[in-house]
Design a protein around this ligand. Structure first.
Ligand SMILES: C[S@@+](CC[C@H](N)C(=O)[O-])C[C@H]1O[C@@H](n2cnc3c(N)ncnc32)[C@H](O)[C@@H]1O
Length: 401
């Protein structure tokens, strides 16, 4: 027998809203109030998608799912995935300054070095998100065929690298979905061998792999190309997932001028010494035919890519100032250039902040890719209103109602 709950002193406006709504939906007052309580309870307890018998209404772009955030940085990927219904269960980042920002923004201290974490402590999750660093693998003389004959296939080749640790987590936890991010150069790195090993390793682990270079310029006023890799476990989704990358919006992104501060602190203006040096350096390189060393941001356009080395001299994105030396972007402007909202306080030094924003994933791009993942989830996991459940180990079946 369920417990009874009486509610007194209901404010008038809420009371009449309940009466109107319950009449409209042809429910009794009790049924209607219970329904509201159930909704509130469910949304504060977003369970993993694969929890048994969970009933959900599929709201496009907001299907509840769980994820883990590896190589989390300051959580660009996390912000994006949270916007499409994701609930983060675990994070890992070893840089103590990035950890400080992450703790301040998400009230969660990420676990440290991925090579040292106890894998058994990683909770089950629906999406494994990771912006892992790119390292070369030695694959001289190894063909795909040969590799497949080995016990673990391509994964053997990645021994000792960060990708090896990622692949080990994937093998152990078997997340239904992978969302990986890397620099555009990943695919050309080491003559294409690095990408070949990564893709083959994920395929050997029975994931269908999709990859696309996306330019964040569709969302923020910055040219920033990154490769996004999305994988779907074939045991769960079959061989024909039908995932599509988001279409990059063409006209909606703001211009640089929209993110500039009105009164930037004068400390961001280049000293005459540094400005003289940058000009001389550029001159020497122009003479050798190497192009410019520094670059001005066009307020009516977009900037070059913000890199993690921006803190050194800011030379890749300078802002012209009337009757003054140019200035670099302020840390807040860098946050905006990446699409991080002003409500997130910068809690580290300027140097660390420049580094962190230069390393981050643009949340809006993660959100757009996450939205497409949710579409696939909705198509594949919801049958007659109920989700598939994890029945045992790595197998999934329709939840018994
Ligand atoms: C490209 S950044 C990730 C950006 C981030 N995913 C985001 O959404 O904004 C890569 C991160 O991996 C972290 N990292 C590198 N080696 C690591 C390790 N062994 N353990 C944990 N984190 C590591 C770096 O400190 C860096 O912050």
């Amino acid at each position: 027998m369920a417990d009874t709950l009486l509610v007194r002193d209901v404010p008038k406006d809420i009371y009449s809203w309940i009466q109107d709504e319950r009449e409209r939906s042809l429910l009794t007052q009790n049924e209607f109030v219970l329904h509201i309580l159930r909704e509130a309870f469910d949304s504060s307890n977003q369970l993993p998608l694969f929890a048994p018998s969970r009933r959900v209404e599929v709201v496009p772009g907001a299907l509840p799912f769980t994820f883990i955030d590896l190589f989390a940085g300051i959580g660009g990927m996390r912000l994006g995935l949270e916007r499409v219904g994701g609930k983060c269960l675990y994070s890992c980042e070893w840089d103590r300054y990035a950890q400080k920002t992450y703790k301040s923004w998400f009230d969660e201290m990420p676990h440290g070095d991925i090579r040292k974490i106890d894998l058994a402590t990683i909770p089950d999750h629906d999406v494994l998100a990771a912006g892992f660093p790119c390292q070369p693998f030695s694959i001289a003389g190894v063909s795909k065929k040969k590799s497949l004959g080995r016990e673990h296939g391509f994964k053997d080749l990645t021994q000792g690298t960060l990708f090896f640790h990622l692949a080990t987590i994937i093998e152990l936890k078997r997340p239904p979905i992978l969302l990986l991010e890397n620099v555009k150069n990943l695919k050309a790195h080491d003559g294409g061998k690095t990408w070949q090993v990564i893709k083959s390793t994920l395929q050997d682990l029975h994931y269908e792999i999709f990859d696309r270079v996306l330019d964040a310029a569709g969302w923020v006023p910055q040219h920033r190309e990154r490769v996004f890799i999305v994988g779907f476990d074939k045991h769960v989704f079959g061989d024909n997932v039908g995932f599509e990358f988001p279409v990059v919006p063409s006209a909606s992104a703001p211009k640089l001028k929209a993110i500039l501060e009105d009164k930037p602190d004068p400390k961001y203006t280049l000293t005459s010494h540094l400005w003289g040096y940058l000009q001389q350096y550029a001159q020497r390189h122009r003479e050798k035919g190497n192009g410019f060393g520094f670059g001005f941001g066009d307020p009516e356009g977009i900037t070059r890519t913000l890199s993690a080395r921006y803190f050194k001299d800011g030379s890749e994105i300078l802002i012209r100032q009337p009757r003054k030396n140019p200035r670099r972007l302020t840390p807040r402007e860098c946050a905006r250039l990446m699409g991080f909202p002003d409500s997130l306080e910068i809690v580290v030094s300027d140097t660390q902040a420049y580094r962190q924003f230069g390393n981050a994933v643009v949340p809006a791009v993660a959100e757009a890719v996450g939205g497409e993942i949710v579409r696939v989830l909705a198509r594949h996991l919801v049958r007659d209103g109920s989700l598939l459940s994890r029945s045992n180990g790595n197998h999934y079946e329709a939840a018994a109602e």
